[in-house]
Design a protein around this ligand. Structure first.
Ligand SMILES: NC(=O)c1ccc[n+]([C@@H]2O[C@H](COP(=O)([O-])OP(=O)(O)OC[C@H]3O[C@@H](n4cnc5c(N)ncnc54)[C@H](O)[C@@H]3O)[C@@H](O)[C@H]2O)c1
Length: 491
C-alpha cells in the first residue's frame, strides 16, 4: 500500500525528536509549522534539519522535487490551526503531555490526526484530558527520525481504529514502516527490548565488568550487525542449524533459568556511578561534538541502508521503495530540441576515492543510470525488460574533465546522435548542477536485444518511432567535439 499524501503538519516540541519529525516531513514536501517555547529551539532545529538534508541527499542521491517549508510560531494554536497531522514531542512527563495534548485537541481541525512521540507512556493515560480522544494515537519513532523507518503506533482505550489506519497510511507515505502494537503496554515493543539491553549494559559498567566503550563494542562488532538484518528470532533460527528454531530452543532454553542476567533489577544511580558513566562516555566521544557524532552516525546509517536497499533486505526494502517513489521525474520530452535532462544526483560518501572525489567506477555507474533512464524514456521499462526485451551497452568511451567532490550535485544530459532499427548512439555529459561546469562525457552505443532469442533484434515499431523522434529533434544540435574521439597513443 503506497500511503496517504498530506500537505500540512505541525510539530509541538522541537527537540531531538520533534526536529527529526520536521526534517522527515519537509523532505517529503509537507509544510511544517513548529511550536516550541525554548528560545534556542529554532536554531537547534534548523541545524538538525540541515544535517538531515545532507544525510537524505546521500541516501536518495538527489533533492526532492519540492521540499516543504519549515516555520516557527510562538503560539501553539497557530501552529496546529490548519495541520492534517500533529506530532507532539514534548518532554516525557505525563502531566505536561496531557495538558499539551488537550491544548492541541482544542485548537486543531476536527479531522486532524494527533500523534504523541512518547517512548513508553500509555495512550489511554495521555488522551485522558482530550475532548476528541478518538483521533489520538501514540506514534513512537526512533532517533534519527528522518533516517530510521520504524514508527510504533498504539491506540488507547478511546482511540479509533480509523486513526490507527490513517496514521499507518500517512507514515508509509513518508517512507516509514509502521508497526501497530497489538495491545497497549508500557514501553510498547521496541523500548521493552531496548530497556532490557540498557539494564544489562548499566549493570556491566556498574560491576566494572566492562567500560561503556567495551559494552558498545560488544554490540556493534557482533550482534548489532545481525539485528539490522534479521532481528532476534530469525537470527536464532539460523543459529539452531538445520533443525532450526526447535533445536535452538532445546539447546539454549535451559540457560534462561540459570540465569545470566540481572534484568529484574536496576543499579542504583548514585552520583559516583553517573560520574563514572559520564567520564567514560567523554573518553569514548574523544572530543567529537554532538553534531559531529550525529553526522558520523548518519553517514554510517546511510551506508547501511544503501547496502540493505541494494539487497532489498529489512529496512532497505522500505527505503528503496521510498527512494524510487520520491525520485524527481527526469524530463524526457522526446520532441525537445535540447539534450534530455535524464539523471541527477549527489556525490555520496560511498562514491568517493581517497581524495574525496567521485571515483572512477562511479562515473560508469552514473552514466549507466542515465542510460537506463534513456532506455526507459524510449519504452524499455521494467515491464518491457520482464518480457525479455532490453538494450545492451555495447561500446562506451569516457572522458574525465574535472573532478567533483563529496556532497556536490551533478546532472546528466543526453544527446541522441543517431538511431537505426537496432541501435541508439548517444552522447552523455555530466555537468556540475550548481556551477554548470562540464565534468565528464561518455559516448555510448546501445543495441536492442531480445534476451529470450539471445540476439540483437529490431526494436518494435512504437519504440523505433520514439528513437527516430528524439534523434530527429537532436539532429540540429551541434555535433559534440568529443564524439568519435579515440585515445591518442603516446607514440
Ligand atoms: N530522544 C530519543 O531518542 C527519543 C526517541 C523516541 C521517542 N522520544 C520521545 O520524544 C519526546 C521528546 O523527546 P526528545 O528526546 O525530543 O526531548 P528534548 O528534550 O530533546 O525535546 C523536548 C522539546 O520540547 C520542548 N517543550 C517543552 N515544553 C514545551 C511546551 N509546553 N510546548 C512545546 N514544546 C515544549 C522543549 O523546549 C524541547 O525542545 C519524549 O516523549 C520522548 O520520550 C525520544
Amino acid at each position: 500500500m503506497r500511503g496517504l499524501a498530506i500537505s500540512k503538519a505541525a510539530c509541538v516540541g522541537a527537540g531531538v525528536i520533534g526536529g527529526g519529525w520536521a526534517a522527515r516531513y519537509a523532505w517529503n514536501g509537507i509544510d511544517v509549522r513548529i511550536h516550541d517555547p525554548d528560545p534556542e529551539a529554532e536554531r537547534r532545529c534548523r541545524e538538525v534539519i540541515a544535517n538531515a538534508e545532507r544525510a537524505l541527499c546521500h541516501l536518495h542521491g538527489d533533492m526532492p522535487a519540492r521540499r516543504g517549508s519549515v516555520t516557527f510560531t510562538d503560539r501553539l494554536d497557530e501552529a496546529v490551526a490548519d495541520a492534517e497531522i500533529i506530532q507532539e514531542s514534548v518532554p516525557e512527563q505525563v502531566a505536561l503531555k496531557q495538558r499539551i495534548l488537550a491544548e492541541i485537541d482544542a485548537a486543531a481541525p476536527a479531522q486532524a490526526l494527533i500523534g504523541s512521540s512518547t517512548s513508553g507512556l500509555r495512550p489511554s493515560e495521555l488522551q485522558a484530558e482530550m475532548a476528541r480522544p478518538e483521533r489520538f494515537i501514540v506514534t513512537h519513532p526512533f532517533n534519527p527520525v528522518y533516517l530510521l523507518p520504524l514508527v510504533e503506533l498504539c491506540g488507547g482505550a478511546k482511540s479509533n481504529q480509523v486513526a490507527l489506519e490513517r496514521g499507518a497510511a500517512i507514515y508509509r507515505h513518508l517512507g516509514m514502516r509502521p508497526l501497530i502494537v497489538r495491545r497497549e503496554i508500557d514501553g510498547f515493543v521496541a523500548d521493552r527490548l531496548l530497556e532490557a539491553l540498557w539494564r544489562e549494559a548499566l549493570w556491566l559498567v556498574h560491576d566494572e565488568v566492562a567500560t561503556v566503550e567495551e559494552v558498545d563494542d560488544a554490540v556493534r562488532f557482533g550482534a548489532g550487525l545481525r539485528w539490522a538484518l534479521m532481528g532476534s528470532f530469525l537470527t536464532y533460527r539460523i543459529a539452531g542449524g538445520e533443525q532450526g528454531m526447535r533445536h535452538f530452543m532445546a539447546q539454549f532454553g535451559p540457560a534462561l533459568s540459570w540465569p545470566w542476567t540481572k534484568l529484574m533489577d536496576v543499579p542504583e544511580l548514585t552520583d559516583e556511578f553517573i560520574d563514572r558513566i559520564a567520564e567514560q562516555s567523554d573518553d569514548q566521544a574523544a572530543g567529537r561534538s554532538i553534531r559531529e557524532l550525529e553526522r558520523e552516525r548518519d553517514d554510517g546509517l546511510v551506508a547501511l541502508l544503501e547496502g540493505l536497499s541494494r539487497e532489498k533486505l529489512a529496512a532497505g526494502e522500505t527505503v528503496a521503495q521510498h527512494v524510487a517513489a520520491t525520485r524527481p521525474a527526469a524530463t524526457a520530452d522526446l520532441d525537445a530540441t535540447a539534450p534530455l535532462d535524464l539523471y541527477r544526483g549527489y556525490v555520496t560518501p560511498a562514491m568517493v576515492d581517497y581524495n574525496d572525489h567521485l571515483t572512477e567506477s562511479q562515473y560508469v555507474e552514473v552514466f549507466g543510470r542515465a542510460a537506463t533512464a534513456l532506455m526507459e524514456a524510449l519504452g524499455a521499462d521494467q515491464d518491457y525488460r520482464d518480457a525479455g526485451g532490453t538494450f545492451f551497452t555495447v561500446e562506451s568511451h569516457q572522458r574525465y574533465l574535472q573532478e567533483i567532490g563529496l556532497d556536490e550535485p551533478y546532472r546528466i544530459e543526453v544527446q541522441v546522435l543517431g538511431a537505426d532499427d537496432k541501435r541508439v548512439h548517444a552522447f552523455l555529459r555530466m555537468v556540475h548542477a550548481q556551477s554548470g561546469d562540464l565534468l565528464a562525457t561518455a559516448e555510448q552505443m546501445y543495441l536492442h536485444v531480445d534476451r529470450h532469442a539471445g540476439r540483437a533484434t529490431a526494436a518494435p515499431d512504437a519504440m523505433r518511432a520514439r528513437m527516430d523522434r528524439v534523434a530527429g529533434a537532436h539532429a540540429d544540435l551541434d555535433w559534440p567535439e568529443d564524439a568519435g574521439r579515440t585515445m591518442r597513443p603516446l607514440r
